[in-house]
Write a protein that binds this ligand. Sequence first.
Ligand SMILES: [Zn+2]
Ligand SMILES: [Zn+2]
Length: 185
Amino acid sequence: MSAPADDDPFIWNVAGLLGDTVGADRHYDVADASVDLPDELTLAEPIAGHVRLTHTNRGILARANLRTALAMECVRCLRPTTVPLDLAIEDEFLPSLDIATGKPVAADDEPEIPRLNDHHELDLEPSVRDAISLAEPIAPLDRPDCPGLCPTCGLPLDEGTHDHPTDDIDPRLEALRGFRPEGKD
Ligand SMILES: [Zn+2]
Ligand SMILES: [Zn+2]
C-alpha cells in the first residue's frame, strides 16, 4: 500500500479497500504531519500517530489515534506553554460514487456524513482539524499550581522574590495606606 503524499498526509485512496471484503482494513502510520488550523491555534509539535481504515458495509470507517501539542499561553501568568493533545477520531465516510458502476450516490439524505471524493479518496484532515479545535483547553495552565502574577510588581509569583518593601508599593495602592489603623502620623 502506498504511503500518502507528504503534502497530503491525511488523504488516502481507498478504491482498493472498497473492492476488498467488508471488514478488511488498512493501517497507516502518520508522522511529521500538520493541518491548516484557524488563526488562533498553533501547533507546537507535528501530528503523529496511527490511522486504521476499515471497509464497512456502507463505506469506510476511519479510526485514528493521534498525538500533537498546541502552543498556548497560561491564563494565569501569560507565559507560553505547550499543551499536549491526544486525539481519538472515529468517522465513517460514505462513497460519493458507486465503486462498481461509477455512478454518483445520492448524498441528499445524509448531508452531514463525510464523503469520499470522486477519486475514492478519503480526506481525514477536516476530522483532524475538528478534533484539535474540540481538544483545545479553555483555560490552559503552564503548571497545575501556577500561582499567577504578583499584584504588586506584575511578574510571575514563582520567579524571584515578592517580599516587596512598602516603598515599592504600586502607586494605585498608595491611597490605601492612610486607612491603616496602625499607620504612624
Ligand atoms: Zn502560569
Ligand atoms: Zn512582586
